[in-house]
Structure formats: C-alpha cells, structure tokens
Ligand binder design. Structure first.
Ligand code: GDP
Length: 195
C-alpha cells in the first residue's frame, strides 16, 4: 500500500493569516528539528526529495501542503520548540502553529506527532501533545529513526511513549530501512477514508 499520486500543492504563509479553508480533509505533521520528518514524508510518498530538509530551523513560517490523489492534504507545519530561537520568534512560531491547527480543526483528520525514538519525548513534545488533545484532534505518535536502536532500546523507547501517550496509536518507523512505513501509510489512508 502506498500514497499514490502525491503532488506539492502550495505553501501557506502563516504570517499572512490568509483565508485558505477549502474543506479538504487534512493530515498534519508536527515535529521538532532533525527528527527525520522530511525523510519520513519522502518515504511515505516514495519520492527522493519532494519534501526538502529544513536547513534553517525557524526561518520558514510556512505550512507546506501536499495533495494526495487529488483529494486530501498532507501538511507539514513548521517545527516547534527550537531551543536556539529567541523568545519572541519562538512565541511567534508556536502561535502560528496553533493558529493553523485551530483554524483548520474541522478538516483535520489526524495529527501525526514525530518523536525521535532515541531522544524520547521531551517536555516540549508533551506540551504540544496536550494542546492537540485539548483541540480534540486524533493523534498518531511516530517514533523515528528506530534503526539506530537495539531491540532492548527500542522496547524502552516504546514503553516510554506508551506511558506518555497513553491510548494513542504509536508507530515506530525507520525511513532508512523503510521499516513500518507501510503501517504508517495504512493508518493515514484509514483516517482519510473514514467519514
Ligand atoms: P527533518 O529536519 O526533521 O526534516 O529531518 P531529516 O529528514 O532531514 O533528517 C535529519 C537527519 O536524520 C538526516 O541526517 C537524515 O539522514 C537522518 N535520518 C532521517 N531519518 C532517518 C532514519 O530513519 N534512520 C537514521 N539512522 N537516520 C535518519
């Protein structure tokens, strides 16, 4: 199973707060820098570099929408919780992410929160998770870069995620090895097809 017919749709300038509701179902990726987001999205799309690596964290206040099968959006929001950004820019960035999620809540079918399996969920990830729960949006947790862990390390990482994200679907993936990318694809397809 794959996400076929994926095209870059557009970048929405979060700063402009333009009206862009077009009543199309959407799956959102939220993430921290270097978690492996671009690699995961490219693995899902089976493309080499449709999604560009975020070389300058916090500089691009854009939501990048990819249209799948001409029906749905997979959207990549700017990363959150960049430690090196000044307080003002960080607050602005977090505010813009929440603006997008709140404006489009009605059409959001799932929020995929990406967590580095080696680093485990940090305080800022948990804050983001709680905020998304407050919006009553469905969540899937993806643990990235699992090929970097031994079996026992992966088990510990999964147990930690189970503890922090109780009841949520948790999918451990490696985009390098393509491990569990098919399961993530299935989960995304299922939520998009659900009424
Ligand atoms: P982004 O900043 O979150 O978009 O992250 P990227 O996808 O650009 O990846 C950041 C770094 O992690 C790069 O050096 C990738 O090669 C590496 N990386 C991404 N996914 C994996 C993975 O599944 N396994 C391993 N070992 N490294 C990965």
């Amino acid at each position: 199973m794959k996400l076929s017919d994926v095209q870059f749709h557009k970048s929405v300038g979060l700063w402009s707060k333009e009206v862009f509701i077009d009543e199309i179902g959407e799956v959102i990726f939220v993430w921290r820098s270097n978690v492996g987001k671009s690699s995961i999205m490219n693995a899902l799309f089976e493309k080499k570099d449709l999604v560009k690596t975020s070389s300058r964290p916090g500089k691009t206040l854009l939501a990048n929408q990819f249209k799948v099968e001409n029906k749905y959006y997979l959207t990549d929001l700017p990363g959150y919780g960049f430690a090196k950004l000044g307080k003002n820019l960080k607050e602005q960035l977090d505010g813009l992410i929440s603006w997008y999620l709140e404006e489009k809540a009605e059409y959001i079918k799932k929020v995929v929160i990406l967590i580095d399996s080696k680093l485990w969920a940090q305080e800022v990830d948990i804050e983001m998770y709680k905020y998304i729960l407050e919006l009553e949006l469905p969540v899937t947790i993806v643990l990235s870069k699992t090929d970097k862990l031994s079996k026992s390390e992966l088990w510990k990482s999964l147990m930690h995620a189970r503890d922090k994200f109780f009841w949520q679907e948790i999918i451990p993936v490696s985009s390098t090895k393509k491990d569990w990318i098919a399961e993530l694809t299935k989960s995304i397809k299922a939520c998009l097809l659900a009424k």
